[in-house]
Design a protein around this ligand. Structure first.
Ligand SMILES: [Zn+2]
Length: 119
């Protein structure tokens, strides 16, 4: 296998790291605001005592919880990607150990699988 052009790859890695760190920050903010929203929903007395009103409030809460879980999962994926960067395994498919296309990494900086394995 030909030796990868290190400097170009390093520049790419650097960009990806910046991207991951800024996404991580975004997730922290998003998760804090979702938690605030959830708490304020909890604190609100049930305005509508009718079944429809309560159902709608429960639905809003459930959606909030789902979004928090999503953000949580993204944060974990970002942390794992940053750890792989430190370990020097970032950008390689965890399944077939092939290189993950840069285009894919740009779209999904925390991708763990190449397109073939993700499909
Ligand atoms: Zn693969």
């Amino acid at each position: 296998m030909a030796k990868p052009k290190r400097s170009r790859w390093n520049i790419f890695l650097n960009k990806q790291q910046q991207e991951l760190l800024s996404k991580q920050e975004e997730c922290t903010r998003r998760s804090a605001s979702l938690l605030r929203e959830l708490r304020s929903q909890d604190a609100q007395p049930l305005k509508n005592s009718g079944g429809i009103g309560q159902a709608a409030e429960r639905q809003a809460q459930a959606m909030c919880v789902r979004q928090i879980n999503d953000v949580d999962a993204t944060q974990k994926a970002i942390e794992a990607a940053l750890a792989r960067m430190k370990a020097g395994t970032y950008g390689f498919c965890v399944s077939c150990e092939d290189r993950i296309a840069e285009k894919r990494l740009k779209a999904l900086p925390w991708a763990t699988h190449c397109i073939a394995c993700a499909a």
